[in-house]
Design a binder for this molecule. Structure first.
Ligand code: SF4
Length: 371
């Protein structure tokens, strides 16, 4: 039951996903207890180091420049600001900091050099550092690793088929290639997706199929419930039920026994009882802090109160892997960034509509300002 396999079939995963609810969570909890301390949950803090203004058209994302979502755009934070925020997160119980920048892909420039310095500084604070910066070449992955990066986040978002209905500016294969680049450098991979975007159960199973057939499995698997943001193409989606969330977590736990399954966006819609059920079914990681990039999230002290109630302890840093050693060469570019990333550019009607609405809203604001 707890063997680590990278040869799952879709049929096998579907058979698990479709089990009667009680049987499913019992099996998931059994796998969980055999592979993890059930009273320990990892706490990660997500810092948006560069917010908004992104060139991509991800249908769920308020940071895409083309949609009008009213988020405040920010240039790259300073290294000192990030250090202070990481310190606050550590004091709030976090052992990992995830630095997120709204970029399509990483570019070798001063901004990336600053991100490398942030990685070094936070790693020096004895916290696990994760980055989510978009697509990444092999040499850029090497530089991040040498700066002290512990993990890289690159979500698959959904199944390969449904991905095409959400995003038209990036290809699924590019995501897999970025994951491979991180794995080649020995960086732990964090990869999961979002439910509640209008996908079918088969799409959810399809995503778990791709993740669980990676070898090695991702170290962390974030499962997000869509937070529908006004102005995005998915603004009218209904939030997923707690039972759908638990079913997804439990299946992820069974097919990827050693991964940290992370209860991510969408927690503000969940009760403490619902979250407890998620932990029972195998979730053992959360994002803490009042914001997840741009969407609301419970405060650190609320989470610590919930942990106390449930007898859960926050997990220490570097329990599942060694602390990376920074190498002085992390600023050296060895290969020019000539990685070719695809831009499929097929038409997704609702993305086009939201883009048009965005253009009209910005025009109206401009006209208002010139009156
Ligand atoms: S999900 Fe990332 S790549 Fe997509 S629009 Fe948002 S910030 Fe850009």
């Amino acid at each position: 039951m707890t063997a680590i396999r990278s040869n799952w079939t879709k049929e096998e995963i579907k058979a698990i996903y479709d089990k009667p609810f009680m049987e499913l969570i019992y099996e998931a909890a059994t796998v969980h207890r055999a592979n993890h301390n059930p009273n320990e949950v990892q706490v990660s803090s997500l810092i948006s180091i560069k917010t908004g203004g992104c060139s991509e058209d991800c249908g769920y994302c308020p940071q895409a420049a083309r949609y009008h979502t009213g988020i405040e755009k920010n240039d790259l934070m300073t290294v000192d600001t990030v250090k202070q925020m990481a310190l606050n997160a550590k004091e709030g119980g976090a052992s990992r900091v995830c630095l997120g920048a709204a970029w399509r892909n990483v570019t070798n420039n001063e901004d990336f050099d600053n991100v490398l310095d942030m990685v070094k500084e936070v790693n020096d604070m004895n916290m696990e550092v994760c980055c989510t910066l978009g697509m990444l070449s092999q040499d850029q992955a090497r530089r991040l690793k040498e700066a002290g990066l512990y993990a890289y986040n690159h979500n698959l978002d959904s199944s390969e088929d449904f991905y095409k209905e959400i995003i038209s500016t990036r290809g699924y294969d590019d995501r897999l290639r970025t994951i491979e680049h991180a794995q080649n450098e020995g960086i732990h991979v964090c990869s999961g997706g979002i439910i509640g975007m209008g996908e079918t159960d088969d799409d959810r199973i399809g995503m778990l199929y791709t993740l669980s057939n990676l070898n090695p499995h991702p170290g962390s698997v974030p499962i997000n419930g869509l937070v529908p943001v006004p102005g995005t193409p998915l603004e009218e989606q209904n939030p997923v039920s707690i039972f759908e969330m638990v079913r997804m977590i439990a299946t992820a736990r069974i097919v990827m026994p050693k991964a940290q399954v992370r209860l991510s966006a969408g927690r503000t819609h969940m009760t403490k009882e619902g979250q407890a059920l998620c932990f029972f079914a195998g979730a053992n990681s959360i994002f803490a802090g009042d914001k997840l990039l741009t969407t609301p999230n419970p405060e650190y002290n609320e989470d610590m109160e919930m942990f106390k109630l449930l007898g859960i302890n926050p997990k220490e840093a570097f329990v599942d892997g060694e602390k990376p050693k920074t190498k002085e060469t992390y600023k050296e570019v060895r290969e020019n960034d000539n990685e070719k990333w695809s831009r499929p550019a097929h038409i997704i009607e609702r993305n086009v509509e939201a883009t048009e609405k965005g253009k009209a809203a910005r025009r109206a604001l401009k006209e208002e300002a010139t009156k």
